[in-house]
Structure formats: structure tokens, C-alpha cells
Design a protein. Structure first.
Length: 494
């Protein structure tokens, strides 16, 4: 009999445990309650902020796209919603923020839209997908984009996944001649027009991707419309020189797909499939396969190898690099990352981000284990972060990105009176570049000739400035980078 996590793989994927006590931050200037990011810095990191989308036993005021700095201070909190793939990508030569938001189904797929924001956090594109999709309860959705991928290609198109509920002959895997299953689709969408440029369905290629290869066993109550059997579980797509590379988690495989949808080759973490494994080239239940250094003769793959080994007697979740020789048809494991002082077994979700090919630094998000780690070129951990209780809070993926933003909204201010004066609490959600504040006394809610009465350096997300000898009920603040004003608040009356 297969170990329990083989058949349970999909059910485990997104069903998180009960709430537990994890510390949250709160502020006087704005109504946010993000989970605290506890950091352990053990070396020098690549530059950039940390991008997370915590979900599960997170307070409603903290379940959002979140950016933190390296000290664990909040930098940005997006709207309260379930998100995934919160990242910085390039669109037409500019840095943009992208994330998926929507509803997640308990067995690990979703229905939502992809939001694209500029460096003022203005939404410049909202990508949606409509079509004749079938859902477990026959409900119709505004958009059928699944949560697993939101990848902008160099051509300025967006690659997304979608799950469709359909009936199929499952006799080859011990089922009935007509049972309900999830088909795995991907779509390439033109961002500017929202038009579909290409689409693909795993079930259309049953000859090359047979159901009998799935490690997700048909069993329990799966096979109904309400609980469809998840044979493939698509979770990553990237464009390649000659088509696409698709990750199917339940096949333990990546597939190189021609533009017409035919499979060029398969690489499996179990036995290599079309390739002969050299050394340890194993992986299973993987996420986030990416292609590097592709030529006609070779390429490299990086991926998050969940391994789904729940006990410490089994090999841990690792970050894997594979060298693929397309001529000799070999796959060689060239790098495997794990923290010997903190063995992790992540049964669902996760990501692998190669930060810099020269330094070899890698940032990994551990999915159902609410941790992130950065490794250096020697495989040593230089940074660890934790943002919730394991298996209760998850971020589907997590990243480090450089990001510079001046929000289109104004700084937030709240002034509280004290016996000797007042304290001004000030923040500017999402602003990355200011480093100090100027505080002004105003004579009315509309006055313009305001007098500077204090200044303070930025301290994390919110800065508290003690004000004495106040002769006014009106305060205004300005956020500065050095001596340059980046933004000015409304006048606050107290
Ligand atoms: C401002 O502070 C007061 C007192 O702490 C609080 O009641 C109020 O909710 C705060 N306003 C905002 C916008 O956070
Ligand atoms: C910090 O990380 C290092 C390296 O992973 C580890 O040895 C150490 O135990 C960690 N410290 C804490 C407090 O977690
Ligand atoms: C969905 O609609 C079809 C066609 O009307 C019906 O046969 C089926 O029972 C419905 N399924 C659910 C889960 O409501
Ligand atoms: C989804 O599956 C149904 C059959 O259940 C099929 O009619 C429909 O065309 C499929 N949708 C897509 C977008 O392939
Ligand atoms: C990118 O730039 C090209 C050329 O200016 C333009 O046609 C296209 O619409 C732009 N794409 C997006 C998504 O802005
Ligand atoms: C898809 O394209 C490849 C490469 O051009 C070709 O070998 C294959 O026959 C095509 N498949 C179909 C079904 O047309
Ligand atoms: C790779 O996995 C196979 C089973 O899928 C196992 O037989 C083999 O020992 C593994 N290889 C290594 C190097 O762990
Ligand atoms: C790509 O090739 C360069 C040059 O050989 C090498 O430094 C780099 O590590 C390779 N990238 C990957 C992901 O293997
Ligand atoms: C990548 O790392 C190398 C070696 O540490 C460094 O010289 C280079 O500046 C880094 N590149 C970027 C884009 O940060
Ligand atoms: C503010 O920061 C600057 C630059 O780091 C430093 O020189 C200055 O002493 C700081 N001022 C206060 C009041 O801490
Ligand atoms: C507040 O006023 C008192 C009395 O005029 C003065 O001694 C003190 O220096 C003032 N404090 C500040 C911070 O200006």
C-alpha cells in the first residue's frame, strides 16, 4: 500500500490546520494586522524586500499581499484577500507588481484574477479568463484563472493555469467508465487586450501523459463532480525557446510542450522518463520548475522539491538544480539545498527563486511550512524568516525582489494627545524610498503656510514623533528621502 501522503497529497494541499497563537503587528496610523515576520540573519543577503501572501489562520486584517524588509518590518499591505504569486515582474521594460487574488478550493486550486500594478500601486491591467468551464457546484465565476501561475513572458503575455471539471473514462486507473476529474489547462493571454493567444489541456494529450502515470491515486470519495479526481495538478509554466515547460505535480514531471500542444519530452523525478538519471536526479510532488541556459543541446532546471516526506526519517524538502543534456538524454542533479539545522518537510506549495546566477543565492518559500530561507552560493543559510504556525499559515510562493514605489495615496497620520503634548503616528503604506519625516503645525484644515515643528527618522513601518509645546490642533507631515519631499499627508485635526 502506498504511504498515506501519496493518496492524501491533493487533499493536504491547501487545507490548513486550526488557528494558533502567532504574534501580529498593529499600528495607530492605519488599520492593518499583518503577521510578524521573525527573521534570523546569519549572513549577507541579496538586496530586496520579501514578498509573501499569507493565507489560512491569519487575522482578516493580515491576509493580503505583504512586503516586508530584511528586519521584518512591514513595507506594504494590499487589500484583504486571498492572494498568490505576489511578485515583481517586468512588463514592457518597467517593474510592475503582479498577484493573483480570488477564491481557493479546499483541494488546492482556485478561481480568480491577476492584478498588475505600476510603481505607484495603480492597477494598470486586470487579467481575467472566461469560457465554458465546469465547476464542482455548477456555479459560474467572473474569471476562471487558477492560483498557481501568473507569469509574464518576455513577449509581454501572461501565462496562467486553469482547472476544469470534466467527465472521463477512468477504467485505466481502476475507476468507472465515466467519472469526474480535474483537467489541467494553461492559457497564454495578451495582457493589453485580455485575448487568449494559446491554450493547452493535459487531457487532450492522454497518449503522451497517461492517467496511469499519476502518483495521485484514485480513491476515497474522489470521482464526483463535487470532489473531482485531480490527476495532473498543473502548477508552473514558463516559455522556452521552442514552446513551453509545464510542471504537473501529480506526475512528478516537467513536460516540454511545442506551441501546438504536443509533448516534445518529459522529465520525471521518479525515473527520468525520457532521460537517464545520473547521480541523484530525483524529485517528487514538485513546484515552480524554471528553465535556465537553454540551447539546442542542453538546459538547466530549478525547482522546489516538496518530496512530501512527512517524517524526519525521510529525506527533506529540497531546492533542486538539474543539468539536462538533450543530446545524450541525461539528467544530472547538480545542486540540492536544505538547512541542516532546520529540516523541513513541506507537503504542499512552495517556490524556488534563483536570485543571482553569479552569486548562486537562492530564496525559497516552504509552502505549507510558513518559512522562507535564503541560501548563498555554498548552500549555507544566510536568512530565515517565519510568519505563522507550520501547516496553519501558508504562503503559496514567496520571493525576494528589489522594488521602488511611491504610492499614489498620501501618508497616513494619527495624532494622540498626551499630558505634555501629543504623539504623531505616521506611516506611508508601500513607500519604499523615504527615510525621514517632517512634521508641520497648521492653522486650519486648509492652511498652506505651515510651520515645521519637528522631524524624525523613519523607524520601520510606523514612526512615532513626540510633540511638545503644541499651540495648534492641526498637524501635517511630509515623507522625505534626504531633503527631497516624496509625499505629504492631509492636514490632521485632533
Ligand atoms: C487613531 O488613534 C485612535 C486612538 O488610538 C484610534 O481610536 C483611531 O482608530 C485611530 N485612527 C486610525 C485611522 O487608525
Ligand atoms: C538561525 O539560523 C541558523 C542557521 O540556519 C541556525 O543555526 C540558528 O539556530 C538559527 N537561530 C534561531 C534563533 O532560530
Ligand atoms: C450541474 O448541472 C448538471 C446539468 O444541469 C446536472 O446534471 C448536475 O447534477 C449539476 N451538478 C451539481 C453538482 O449541481
Ligand atoms: C470543461 O469540461 C466540460 C465538460 O465537463 C466541457 O464541455 C468544456 O468544454 C470544458 N471547458 C474547457 C474550457 O475546456
Ligand atoms: C507594450 O508596448 C507595446 C509597444 O509600445 C504595446 O503595443 C503594448 O500594448 C504594450 N503592452 C502592454 C501590456 O502594455
Ligand atoms: C506539433 O509540432 C511539432 C513540432 O513542429 C510536430 O513535430 C508535431 O507533429 C506537431 N503535432 C501535431 C499534432 O501537429
Ligand atoms: C530515486 O527514486 C527511486 C524511486 O523512485 C529510488 O529507487 C532511487 O533509489 C532514488 N535515487 C536516489 C539517488 O535517491
Ligand atoms: C548558466 O550558465 C552559467 C555560465 O555557465 C552558470 O554560471 C550558471 O550557473 C548557469 N545557470 C544555472 C541555473 O545552471
Ligand atoms: C550578482 O552577484 C555577483 C557576485 O556576488 C555580483 O557581483 C553582482 O553584482 C550581482 N548581480 C546583481 C544584478 O545583483
Ligand atoms: C537620522 O538618520 C541620519 C542618517 O542615518 C543620522 O545621521 C541622524 O543622526 C539621525 N537622526 C536622528 C535624530 O536619529
Ligand atoms: C517647551 O516650552 C518650554 C517653556 O517655554 C521650554 O522650556 C521648552 O524648551 C520647550 N520645549 C520644546 C521641545 O520646545
Amino acid at each position: 500500500m502506498a504511504p498515506w501522503w501519496y493518496t492524501a497529497g491533493s487533499t493536504l494541499l491547501f487545507s490548513l490546520g486550526a488557528a494558533a497563537s502567532w504574534p501580529y503587528s498593529s499600528y495607530k496610523s492605519i488599520d492593518f494586522e499583518p503577521p510578524k515576520l521573525q527573521v534570523n540573519k546569519t549572513g549577507s543577503t541579496e538586496p530586496g524586500f520579501i514578498f509573501l501572501g499569507p493565507r489560512g489562520a491569519v487575522q482578516p486584517a493580515g491576509q493580503a499581499a505583504l512586503i516586508y524588509d530584511n528586519d521584518g518590518n512591514l513595507v506594504y499591505e494590499g487589500p484583504e484577500e486571498v492572494t498568490s504569486n505576489f511578485m515583481v515582474q517586468q512588463l514592457n521594460g518597467s517593474d510592475v507588481i503582479t498577484f493573483w487574488a480570488g477564491d481557493m478550493m479546499s483541494i488546492g486550486y482556485g478561481y480568480g484574477t491577476v492584478h498588475i500594478l505600476d510603481n505607484t500601486y495603480k492597477e494598470i491591467y486586470t487579467v481575467t479568463l472566461t469560457g465554458d468551464f465546469v465547476t464542482p457546484d455548477n456555479s459560474t465565476k467572473a474569471s476562471y484563472i487558477d492560483l498557481h501561475e501568473s507569469n509574464i513572458t518576455p513577449q509581454g503575455t501572461l501565462l496562467v493555469t486553469a482547472y476544469n471539471v470534466t467527465q472521463h473514462d477512468l477504467t485505466s486507473i481502476g475507476g468507472k467508465s465515466s467519472e469526474w476529474m480535474l483537467d489541467s489547462h494553461f492559457y497564454e493571454i495578451d495582457i493589453a487586450t485580455n485575448e487568449i493567444i494559446n491554450s493547452w489541456s493535459a487531457l487532450d494529450h492522454e497518449d503522451s501523459i497517461p492517467l496511469t502515470s499519476s502518483h495521485q491515486k484514485l480513491g476515497g470519495t474522489a470521482g464526483t463532480q463535487e470532489n473531482p479526481y485531480d490527476a495532473y495538478h498543473i502548477n508552473a509554466i514558463t516559455t522556452t525557446n521552442n514552446g513551453y515547460l509545464v510542471s504537473l505535480r501529480h506526475m512528478w514531471s516537467g513536460y516540454y510542450i511545442y506551441p501546438n500542444g504536443s509533448v516534445m519530452w518529459q522529465i520525471s523525478g521518479e525515473d527520468g522518463a525520457d532521460f537517464t538519471q545520473v547521480g541523484n536526479a530525483n524529485f517528487s510532488w514538485q513546484h515552480d520548475i524554471r528553465v535556465w541556459n537553454e540551447t539546442d543541446d542542453s538546459l538547466a532546471l530549478t525547482l522546489f522539491n516538496n518530496a512530501n516526506t512527512p517524517t524526519n526519517s525521510e529525506s527533506p524538502t529540497t531546492g533542486v538544480t538539474l543539468a539536462v543534456d538533450l543530446v545524450k538524454k541525461t539528467v544530472t542533479g547538480t545542486r540540492s539545498l536544505s538547512d541542516p539545522s532546520d529540516t523541513i518537510h513541506s507537503v504542499s506549495q512552495g517556490s524556488y527563486q534563483l536570485l543571482n546566477e553569479t552569486s548562486g543565492h537562492v530564496f525559497m518559500d516552504y509552502g505549507s511550512i510558513s518559512k522562507v530561507k535564503e541560501y548563498d552560493g555554498n548552500g549555507n543559510v544566510v536568512f530565515s524568516g517565519k510568519f505563522g504556525e507550520n501547516n496553519a499559515v501558508a504562503s503559496y510562493r514567496g520571493y525576494r525582489f528589489e522594488w521602488s514605489a511611491v504610492p499614489f495615496w498620501k501618508p497616513s497620520l494619527n495624532v494622540t494627545r498626551t499630558s505634555s503634548g501629543a504623539i504623531a503616528y505616521i506611516s506611508w503604506n508601500g513607500a519604499t524610498d523615504y527615510d525621514n519625516w517632517a512634521v508641520y503645525s497648521a492653522s486650519s484644515e486648509t492652511s498652506t503656510n505651515n510651520q515645521q515643528i519637528s522631524s524624525a527618522n523613519r523607524t520601520g513601518f510606523e514612526t512615532a514623533v513626540t510633540l511638545s509645546n503644541l499651540t495648534t490642533n492641526y498637524i501635517q507631515v511630509a515623507a522625505l528621502q534626504g531633503s527631497k519631499v516624496l509625499g505629504t499627508s492631509e492636514i490632521f485635526s485632533f
